[in-house]
Ligand binder design. Sequence first.
Ligand code: BTN
Length: 266
Amino acid sequence: MLVCQSVRLMEWLLLGVQHIALDTIDSTNARARELLRDGAGEGTVITASHQTAGRGRLDRRWIDKPNQSLLASYILEPMRSPEDWGGIPLLAGLAVLQALQSITPVNLHLKWPNDVLAGTRKIAGILVESGMLSGRPWIIAGIGVNLNQREFEGEYRLPPTSLLLESGRWCDPEELLTALSKTLSLRYTSWQTEGNGPIVEEWMRHSLMFGRSISLDDGDAARVVVAEGLTPEGALLVRSVDGREETIYAGDVSFTYEDPAENAGG
Ligand code: BTN
């Protein structure tokens, strides 16, 4: 019995056991890629206290002040085939939401494909990058969480917030990392065996998007559609004003809610 329990513990404690903690670097995602080439394996997490060239989706920047955020990149070497990889940003978003809520009560929801919001403000973002190295597939799940900022300088496309502002609770990035490594490991382990189905369902329960009008920007002119759901691959299903259903892939898409008071688009 004891043996069984410790084996199960090992299964879900996989991610974050190897932790490379760095001070100031350009980007934990960039460093994770170098370390992958140097032989770092699945589950290694790279953190930094500050990034000078933090990267966001769609070539945006991720700006931080030293020691105020969790800046982490997990190396994954999935067994599932690339058509299921759309589940990774979704499971990472769920893991971040759950880890934050395990630290302090805070009302959070998810916005496709990979933002964690408190009301209309963004508290966390996820940048998933992937590729092949010597015939082996890899994914880097880069996660930035605003923890202890009281104010944000500079210009943000989305209004930012932090855990401190939302809950009054100061949080050591290391504490969130421990919680996140657990929630991420559990979800990643179940994704490896069960695929996207359970993740997609759970993700939709934590989002406020569905049934609402959104203004979708995929490079051409922005257009208004209604968000209807997610496909089993994790793509967004929308219906246009003329009733056509369309599948939107995360690549180059951003959107805002049609109601300006609700906007936290990304
Ligand atoms: C987004 O919201 O556009 C994604 C932001 C992802 C930021 C994190 S911070 C840790 C990791 N390293 C990076 O350079 N980016 C990700």
